[in-house]
Design a protein. Structure first.
Length: 195
């Protein structure tokens, strides 16, 4: 029997991508199992969703630590305690240090709301509309110390439609994200060795 990679999801907010990963991993043949959800925002709606799905859910607020290295030490403690092998960032809005990221090289994924390498950073939908782009989308990539710059695992494209607002465009991209992330995690979880 093949084992499933023990996976943690880091969130900061509503957690629709997290919920899509949890749902996919309910299938026993899915190659990753979600063992832990951590939010740096204690009031994040995603924490409630994860707890309701029976997943161990923790708030680790960056505000409770003096600096980033202490915050990351708390994250590492929780990840190690749960014997995590793979991390998915899903709307996690803190930038992780090079030290943390290098420890997880090849085992930490992020989903970003643009067709990378275009539109790294924040406000992607607003910038795509301002530039008059006809296509937009989302990317799952490995996390490296440079923001939104790691190797790409999978992408999905959506059209920009005349009259789109930030809200309508982001809603269309989010549907694509929620489909793409479970596919991308499966691909990576199948490919990596157990820790
Ligand atoms: C998603 O659109 C995700 O791509 C984005 O935050 C949203 C989280 O939604 N992430 C980033 O912008 C990372 N820089 P969710 O909480 O419903 O998954």
């Amino acid at each position: 029997m093949t084992t499933r990679r023990r996976t943690a999801i880091l969130i900061s907010g509503r957690g629709t991508n997290m919920a899509a990963l949890i749902e996919a991993a309910r299938d026993p043949s899915y190659p990753a199992e979600i063992f832990l959800v951590i939010s740096n925002i204690p009031t994040a709606k995603g924490l409630e969703t994860a707890a309701a799905a029976g997943i161990k859910s923790l708030a680790v607020s960056h505000k409770d630590y003096l600096d980033k290295s202490m915050f990351e030490a708390a994250l590492s403690y929780a990840l190690n305690e749960a014997k995590i092998e793979l991390i998915c960032l899903a709307g996690f809005m803190r930038v992780l240090s090079a030290n943390f990221v290098s420890h997880w090289t090849g085992r930490i994924l992020n989903i970003h709301p643009s067709l990378l390498p275009a539109y790294r950073g924040l406000d992607t939908h607003k910038r795509v509309l301002a530039d008059g782009m006809k296509e937009h989308g989302c990317t799952v990539h490995f996390v490296v110390s440079e923001l939104d710059a790691g190797p790409i695992v999978a992408q999905a494209t959506v059209p920009v439609i005349d009259g789109d607002t930030e809200e309508s465009l982001s809603a269309r991209v989010l549907i694509a994200e929620n489909r793409l992330y479970p596919e991308a995690l499966a691909k990576v979880a199948k490919a990596i060795a157990p820790l």
